[in-house]
Design a binder for this molecule. Structure first.
Ligand code: SF4
Length: 349
């Protein structure tokens, strides 16, 4: 049964400096204060009653958890211990920087119920990391993933295509390296220019050109497909829209409130376009959970086929996987997959 994640945003807490692209207050909508033990247990109680019997996972996002003082880390994790022992809580997830990981500390976190550590890898290209003021190297990300895995925890990698100095090829190489290193899951956050950041200053004077939405969708499509081919889940594409992140706080870059859906829709549209020639009438079946992706935002998936001269109807089919489409034309019915039946070249991005 799927876990319900109870999020706590500890914006910027523990961070040794501010990365040039980061405004965690805008990203998370949180004000950067740490929750008290009472606030933690009250929020868990609230979420537990809404979880309908599903297991709960607590997540500390938005800062550098392992760089908080030992005392603060204990204060945040201590209220969870009785709940973990009682089985009320299933696990704890934290996010941190790759250069703030060591085996002794990860072992202690594991004892305190942490099962997943998400790393802000961002890129595996040292030139990009340096140009983005990250303050850590790609080798430190590899070491961190290896350390987390060797102690039996799950390692997640967050990647940011479109940072200064990044190219589609280096984004793809970054993805492939974190997959080879053993990352259990990935988040893809294309770079956006947030007001008040150093990146915004560089953008204003013409020193930084962000990915457009169109190029970002093309690149994310390719990255998502490569991750699917490797069997690694991409659990999020694009920063979440919330009260702190809006048209005013975002100056430029690849952002859309439903970026993940745009990317998946494009994959399905490409698959249909590849196998259904213009002039055909077609019924496309998909897994019920993918109906909205195949139809597309504001029916854009249907519209793009109409523009090609294809009349497309979409229907659910529970026998298909989420990656498959069954394409029916004039009595012919063939199942295709977005994982294996389209080939993208990085040079198309
Ligand atoms: S380490 Fe993460 S949370 Fe901290 S400033 Fe950098 S990007 Fe933001």
């Amino acid at each position: 049964m799927k876990l319900v994640t109870v999020p706590f945003f500890i914006s910027h807490q523990g961070c040794p400096h501010t990365c040039i692209f980061c405004d965690q207050r805008a990203i998370s909508g949180a004000n950067g204060t740490l929750p008290t033990a009472g606030q933690i247990t009250a929020k868990i109680d609230l979420w537990r009653s809404a979880a309908g019997g599903r297991s709960l996972e607590i997540a500390f996002f938005g800062g550098t958890f392992t760089a908080l003082s030992q005392k603060i880390q204990e204060e945040l994790l201590a209220p969870l211990q009785p709940l973990l022992e009682a089985g009320t809580l299933d696990s704890v997830r934290i996010s941190t920087r790759p250069d703030c990981i060591d085996s002794g500390h990860v072992a202690w976190l594991a004892d305190m119920g942490v099962r997943t550590i998400e790393l802000g890898v961002q890129s595996m290209d040292d030139t990009v990391l340096a140009a983005s003021g990250r303050g850590h190297s790609a080798a430190e990300s590899l070491d961190a993933i290896s350390c987390i895995k060797s102690l039996g925890l799950r390692a997640g990698a967050q990647l940011m295509p479109g940072l200064p100095g990044d190219t589609p090829s280096s984004s793809l190489a970054s993805l492939e390296q974190v997959i080879s290193a053993g990352a259990d899951f990935i988040r893809i956050y294309p770079t956006v220019v947030l007001q008040g950041t150093e990146l915004a200053r560089r953008y204003a004077v013409g020193d930084f050109t962000p990915l457009s939405l169109g190029r970002g969708v093309s690149l994310c499509k390719l990255l998502l497909q490569r991750a699917m081919q490797a069997g690694i889940p991409v659990i999020r594409i694009g920063l979440q829209a919330d009260e702190g992140l809006n048209a005013e706080s975002i100056l430029a870059g690849c952002w859309h409130p439903a970026l993940g859906q745009l990317v998946r829709s494009q994959l399905y549209a490409d698959l249909v376009s590849r196998f259904v020639p213009p002039g055909q009438q077609v019924t496309v079946y998909c897994h019920p959970a993918r109906l909205s992706d195949v139809v597309g935002l504001k029916r854009s998936g249907l519209q793009s086929q109409t523009e090609r001269g294809v009349s497309m109807r979409v229907a659910p089919d529970v026998t298909l996987t989420r990656e498959e489409l069954k394409v029916e034309t004039e009595g012919l019915s063939i199942i295709y997959s977005i994982i294996n039946d389209i080939n993208y070249s990085i040079h198309e991005v």
